[in-house]
Design a protein. Structure first.
Length: 166
């Protein structure tokens, strides 16, 4: 049972993350969080030798969390590959991946999140020192900086809640 997860909300009711029951219990007992009853469900009961602690499936932090201190990661190979799901943004291949500047650096393109994509060697050499429009290649999705992890988690959480209600 201690491997179950509890959804943690910020003071502003933004879903931040999931924590295990043990961590949720520590937050509740220390007064750093309070139970939230979005969907009325039976809480999990954690028993100690002398007490029984109800642990809800959703808790809200009463203290400020570190959600504001997140910084956009640097543009590097590992982060670009992660953002693009290890797929070429021109053909979808997962073999022999490289980084490609959509607008080549020789043409004034910058090494920024909205100009660097993952490309396989074949597409990268085919594109060469030109823009995708000049070669007739299309990007699968517009490159952008990775979103804040709390925003990603919140989006996923609300999608799951919508599916559960249907």
């Amino acid at each position: 049972m201690l491997s179950q997860s509890v959804v943690v909300f910020s003071k502003n009711y933004l879903p931040i993350s999931r924590v295990n029951i043990r961590r949720a219990l520590v937050l509740l007992v220390s007064g750093k969080a309070e139970p939230v009853d979005f969907l009325v469900r039976e809480p999990w009961l954690v028993r100690s030798p002398t007490q029984i602690f109800p642990v809800p499936q959703h808790i809200r932090l009463l203290v400020n969390s570190g959600e504001r201190t997140w910084k956009v990661p640097p543009v590097n190979r590992r982060e670009v590959l992660r953002r693009d799901a290890h797929r070429c943004q021109y053909c979808g291949s997962t073999k022999k991946l490289t980084l490609d500047h959509v607008i080549p650096r020789s043409k004034g393109g910058k090494h920024t999140w909205d100009n660097v994509v993952t490309a396989c060697e074949r597409c990268n050499s085919q594109k060469g020192d030109r823009t995708p429009q000049q070669v007739g290649m299309n990007l699968r999705c517009r490159p952008q900086a990775p979103p804040h992890p709390a925003v990603t988690f919140a989006d996923q959480f609300w999608r799951e809640q919508q599916v559960n209600l249907e």
